[in-house]
Design a protein around this ligand. Sequence first.
Ligand code: ASP
Length: 331
Amino acid sequence: MSEPAYPDLQLRADGTLCHLLSLDGLPRATLERLLDAAQAIRPQALGGTALRQKLAGHSVCNLFFEPSTRTRSAFHFAATRLGADVLSFDVSTSSTGKGETPLDTLRNLEAMGVDCFVVRAREDGAVAALAAGAKPSTHLINAGDGRHQHPTQGLLDMLTLRQAKGADFSRLSALIVGDIRHSRVARSDIAALRTLGCRDIRVCAPASLLPDAHELHGCTVGHDLDALLDGVDALMMLRLQRERMVEGLVPSLEQYFVDYGLDERRLACAKPDAVVLHPGPMNRGVEISDAVADGPQSLILQQVSNGVAVRMAVMLELLGDARNRQDWVSA
Ligand code: ASP
């Protein structure tokens, strides 16, 4: 997959963020600023009231053309806890079913005063295409486009890693396991890990679930999970994206678990303090065992909590008054 020219759309000439479309090409300073802000916001993210006026007067619309549990809910809570008006637009009962295009849908909602759209789309690049057609004062956040990018998931994964392992990513060994080929999460994570200076990125999947080699430049790539576990600090497990697959890429789910599933025996072969991440939804017994998913090394629910803080930080970056940034970061 070649990376379209998103940096031009998402970054203004002065380096500030206009949309959040991709972590690929996002400067390290911007990435770290968002992570710092999310970390500072975290005490308020799960229900505090100190930030409830920050986005008063703004209107945020969740426009999801694919199913979602965590991302959609986290964006909803993030916008609400910042005091924005929030519309969770139900695509399934909307006029998109009568043939109205996503861009016409967006323009109609813009005409009602929406100035921030959180968009999940089936097609790679679809959110950037909408950003290109939106008003200059409108901000788009990519909540996952096809196999391409899921930038806020990448940010919350980096925040979770930083909390567990510290900010020096150059010392981190990260292993991403599973359906890399169809995973926008893997693409965002790999981009962010590279930008933050991680030098040991390992990826493991059957050959049928790996992307083109150029996408994995600089990564150690293997098919034998047991051979890649030694010295690993963080295991990032991925779901088999069966909705994006043609038949036959995996022989059977049982065999997949035998070859690529993370169980306690395998986890014990990584570093003793290794942590486990998964973006959800999990297929228990396919890519991860119950004992690992619910065990002491799992940070899966911490990722979910961090997801609210990260989305608040992104919205404040896009919509908040930059002059008051210190004010909200220290709230
Ligand atoms: N929830 C993530 C996504 O939307 C991961 C997944 O679906 O497997 O990409």
